[in-house]
Ligand binder design. Structure first.
Ligand code: PRT
Ligand code: MG
Length: 209
């Protein structure tokens, strides 16, 4: 019996994936939230769960250290996804990628500075608009950048909009909707085809229930 390894992140994705996995008959045998472990056995002897940083999920899947991963589309848009399959949209952990700027600030016409961790998304978005931008890569707390005049705009995830509001910013332009996707290592899809497709089918079934 070959083992199937599923990579997840500990925040929203875990919270919304655990009920789907449970419906699919897969349950961790200990509480992931209170444990400091990174690898978790499940009630299924052939399935284990990995808890990783979001940006690392596709990397583990790409190299086959995880057979299956669950990743936000925002993460996937930033990387070369020809390395794995993306067979299923789980429709969970949804949000939007948007531009944002200081509340009430004038829309700048010339070249602007944009701070983001989503360089590829931002580059493509502003290029499509024919706007000249200097991109500044940040790894977090993007909301600070306009306030401290590091950037004119940011590109970031918006859900309720509360984080922008709390930092004196407002959403400007919608870029794309984001949800979490199931990704699968290419070799696993062949060598563990039956086990992998059984999990994908069970998750597909779980989201329609
Ligand atoms: O941080 P790390 O990558 O290590 O893992 P994690 O455990 O935090 O990841 P997890 O499981 O939380 O999943 C992150 C994924 O959830 C992202 O890649 C998105 O696809 C998705 N998602 C959905 C979100 C949000 N909604 C969200 N609101 N990810 C982040 N946020 C943050 C955002 O960064 C912003 O600062 O929440 C803030 C905005 O929220 P509002 O409600 O104030 O607008
Ligand atoms: Mg996080």
């Amino acid at each position: 019996m070959s083992t199937i390894t599923i990579a997840l992140t500990k925040g929203r994705i875990l919270k919304e994936t655990l009920p789907l996995l449970a419906k699919a008959g897969i349950e961790p045998i200990e509480d992931i939230y209170t444990s400091r472990k990174l690898v978790f056995a499940t009630n299924r002897p052939d399935i284990q769960l990995l808890i990783l940083r979001g940006v690392d999920v596709p990397t583990y899947v790409r190299f086959g250290s995880a057979d299956i991963g669950i990743s936000g589309k925002d993460i996937l848009l930033e990387i070369d996804n020809s390395d794995f399959y993306e067979p299923l949209d789980l429709g969970i952990a949804t949000c939007d990628l948007m531009t944002a700027a200081k509340k009430g600030s004038a829309v700048q016409t010339g070249r602007i500075r944009v701070a983001t961790k989503y360089l590829k998304v931002a580059e493509q978005f502003y290029a499509e608009q024919g706007r000249q931008v200097d991109l500044i890569k940040l790894y977090g707390a993007m909301e600070l950048a306009p306030i401290l005049d590091l950037a004119d705009e940011i590109v970031d995830i918006v859900d309720t909009g509360n984080t922008l509001k709390a930092n004196g910013l407002e959403p400007r332009e919608f870029i794309c909707h984001v949800s979490s996707r199931v990704i699968v290592n290419r070799a696993s899809m062949k060598t563990k085809h039956r086990a992998v497709t059984a999990i994908i089918d069970a998750l597909r079934e779980a989201i329609t229930q």
